[in-house]
Design a protein around this ligand. Structure first.
Ligand code: GTP
Ligand code: MG
Length: 199
């Protein structure tokens, strides 16, 4: 994907207030600090487009970006941040839940999992909720650069096995690194395919 333009559109606290419902939208979610905002910067080749931080809980609103005047990317707040949520009910917090269930132009949700950390209940519960709500998801294993190649494979397999306990078939699974740009082509390919299939 050639990135001609990548612009910040705005931030909203409530999906119901968020206009821009016409273009295909792709959203990024996962626990705080998993690397959602960094991945968006990597994919758009714009450092600093989405605000990142080493302190979890940086992204607190629904943040929208317009890419090539063709598609939109939504950077979502992390779930499972102790500061904003304590249990599962809060995890699928209102902001995220309404966005996921009622955003008419949401084409696909990328669910990010840190490859260094074994699958957590909170992630598996979230993914199961997506399944129950028929939200199309793609799993992205992040921060591959922090592991050796064999470890990436081993840990990815552990995550896949946990997913296979819930699903007969696991959703598409992409390995990424915002440092080395691993996953760039694969993620844009998902976007292109989703758009082509909708036509
Ligand atoms: N080595 C490495 N570090 C990464 C990668 N992706 C993110 N990070 C680091 O992880 C930290 C969190 O990254 P963010 O992109 O802000 O994470 P987030 O998921 O948007 O976090 P919240 O907005 O708080 O939910 C930052 O210090 C990033 O530099 C990666 O692929 N490799
Ligand atoms: Mg963020």
């Amino acid at each position: 994907m050639k990135i001609k333009t990548a612009e910040y559109v705005g931030s909203w606290e409530r999906n119901v207030d968020m206009p821009h419902r016409d273009k295909p939208e792709f959203a990024f979610i996962g626990r705080s600090n998993v690397g959602k905002s960094s991945l968006i910067n990597m994919l758009t080749e714009r450092n600093g487009l989405a605000k990142t931080s080493s302190t979890p809980g940086k992204t607190q609103t629904l943040n929208l970006f317009n890419i090539n005047n063709e598609i939109q990317i939504c950077d979502l707040p992390g779930y499972g941040n102790a500061k904003v949520s304590k249990d599962r009910r809060e995890t699928f917090g209102k902001m995220i839940a309404y966005y996921l269930r009622e955003r008419p132009n949401l084409f696909c949700l990328f669910v990010l999992l840190d490859l260094r950390i074994p699958p957590q209940k909170i992630d598996l519960d979230f993914i199961a909720d997506c399944g129950d709500n028929k939200i199309p998801i793609v799993i992205v294993g992040t921060k591959a650069d922090k592991l050796k190649v064999v470890e990436v494979e081993q840990n990815a397999n552990i995550i896949k096995e946990a997913l296979l306990e819930m699903w007969e078939e696991i959703p598409p699974f992409i390995i990424s690194s915002s440092e080395t740009k691993q996953g760039f082509k694969e993620i844009w390919s998902v976007v292109k395919t989703a758009i082509a299939e909708s036509k």
